[in-house]
Structures are given as C-alpha cells and as structure tokens.
Design a binder for this molecule. Structure first.
Ligand code: AMP
Ligand code: MN
Ligand code: MN
Ligand code: MN
Length: 274
C-alpha cells in the first residue's frame, strides 16, 4: 500500500486533469490517492471515474485556505463527503473570495500597466478557481516572467504588483466544514510557514482545540530531521499522521506523486479509522 494524501489537478492549480493524475498515480505505484484541490471539490467526480479506471483508491479531499494570526495556513480535509451542505457553503464562500481577489489583482496589475485579463481566461480552464499560479502563467505567457519562480519573485507576493492581502476563514470555520462533511482535518506542510517551534506548537494547540486532529508528517519538502521533529509533535499531541507529495505538475520543482517518505511506524496514520 502506498498512500499519497495531497495532490492537485487542473480544477485548481495542478497541470493534469484527473484522468492524467490517476494514470500517473498508477505509474508511481500509488494505491490510495487524495485529490486535494485548493478551495474546490470540482474535480472529485472525474477523479472517481479515473480512480476506477486505473484501479487506484480515491480519497475525496480538499485543501482549504485559512488565516491564523494574519498568516496564510492550509488545512487539508480528507475522506470528506463533497455533497455536504455546510462544506459546500464554505467552499462557495472561498470561491467568492478568490473571484473578488482576482478582480482586485487585475486592477492592481493595470495600475502597473499590465493587462492580464485575456491571458488569464486562456490559462484558467475547466472553470477552475483562479489561483496565483494561474496569474503566474499569464505573466509568463505575456513575457513578464520567464518561469514560475521568477513570477513569484517579481509579482504576486507582498510588496509586488498583483499582491492582494487576504482574509481567509479561521481555523474554527474550516475545521467545522470538514468535520460536518465527515472528514478529518489535517495541517498541510507544517514547515512551509517558517514558524518558530514555539509558534508551531501554539498553532497545533489551537488547531487541536478546534478539532483539526491531523498533521502532515511526511511531505515532499521535509527532510529526515524535520520528519523526526514532526513525528515527535504528532506523538506528544496525539495527532493523526498524514503523508502527501503536494503534487502539482510533472514539470518544474514539484515533487513526484508518491514521493514522500513513508511515515514512521510508531505513529497512527490518518487512514487507520477509514
Ligand atoms: P493562492 O492559493 O491562489 O494564493 O496560491 C497559492 C499557490 O501558489 C500555492 O498552493 C502554490 O501552488 C503556489 N505558490 C506559492 N508560492 C509559490 C512560489 N514561490 N513558487 C511557485 N508556486 C508558488
Ligand atoms: Mn497550489
Ligand atoms: Mn498548500
Ligand atoms: Mn497543496
């Protein structure tokens, strides 16, 4: 069994459609794959058909954007019922935030003499929710950046054109949506936020208090030392351990599907209760 519980399709900022994603899962010998697109469950119906075709088990998932102490935090919901009403309302609210932000981003780019409206329409396919990587692609297409990395250096981030500060829902809200949908909520890529250990512990304590009971211990960007540290935290706080590559694309710096190191065996994997 090989689990990968964090991946993206072109329903958000991934490059592959669900069919291509599950073909790749099969190629990488992944037996259980969660599709966790940003703030949308739009790809899950196609994902189920693809999972059946390639004989891979789909775990219905989502990656929700949320704000904690002015910081952007990602919470993954796993084993969710995508039809749940409270979850759908939450997802709709985040989509609305994304659409409003996209308009503000266009206006900000225009202030800098950059018009990305037509290019963005070409880049955002499948009625995907507009993400910053879509804008990055539009910038590349229009010759403003040579690659994703440069686009995220010159634009889209704090202090640069196209950056719009966001107020996403709270940990309490996203946890409620995921749990209402029967899912388990998991802190995504804990090292990505560059928190001090003290602040990370504070985040985890607050998360646990609101029912976010899992943590990604093994990701594509955690080294052995970080995995050991996260395993200790999972142990100490009685958290369920998750594993995910955060796959987006076969190109660029993104990790391969199924490439995250196996979880330390003494931890309770998030799938144990499924
Ligand atoms: P959004 O949720 O629309 O603000 O976009 C966040 C997404 O942008 C993340 O999930 C990453 O896929 C991508 N991203 C953020 N920073 C970078 C970066 N420096 N280089 C490439 N992709 C990035
Ligand atoms: Mn992404
Ligand atoms: Mn993320
Ligand atoms: Mn992700």
């Amino acid at each position: 069994m090989k689990y990968d519980l964090h991946s993206h399709s072109h329903f958000s900022d991934g490059a592959l459609n669900p069919q291509q994603l599950f073909a790749e899962a099969k190629r990488q010998a992944v037996t259980h794959l969660a599709l966790t697109d940003h703030d949308t469950v739009g790809g899950l119906v196609q994902a189920q058909a693809a999972a059946d075709e390639f004989d891979v088990t789909l775990i219905n998932g989502i990656e929700l954007s949320c704000t904690w102490e002015k910081q952007l935090i990602h919470v993954v919901g796993l084993n969710i019922d995508p039809k749940n009403k409270l979850l759908q309302e939450g997802v709709q609210a985040n989509k609305t935030r994304r659409l409003t932000r996209a308009e503000s981003m266009h206006e900000d780019f225009e202030q800098h003499g950059i018009d990305l409206r037509e290019a963005l329409k070409r880049v955002v396919i499948n009625r995907a929710v507009p993400t910053r990587p879509h804008f990055a692609k539009a910038l590349i297409e229009q010759g403003y950046a040579k690659d994703l990395k440069q686009a995220f250096k010159r634009y889209l981030v704090k202090g640069k054109p196209g950056y719009i500060p966001m107020e996403w829902p709270s940990l309490t809200e996203v946890s409620a949506w995921i749990r209402a949908a029967g899912g388990v909520a998991v802190l995504a890529h804990p090292m990505r936020y560059k928190l001090t250990r003290t602040k990370l512990i504070r985040l985890i304590t607050e998360m646990r208090d609101v029912g976010i009971l899992g943590i990604e211990v093994s990701t594509s960007v955690t080294d052995a030392q970080q995995r050991a540290m996260l395993a200790d935290i999972a142990d100490q706080f009685g958290l369920l351990a998750s594993i995910g590559s955060d796959f987006h694309s076969l190109e660029g710096h993104w990790a391969r599907l199924g490439s995250a190191e196996p979880l330390p065996s003494h931890l309770t994997p998030v799938w144990e209760q499924w």
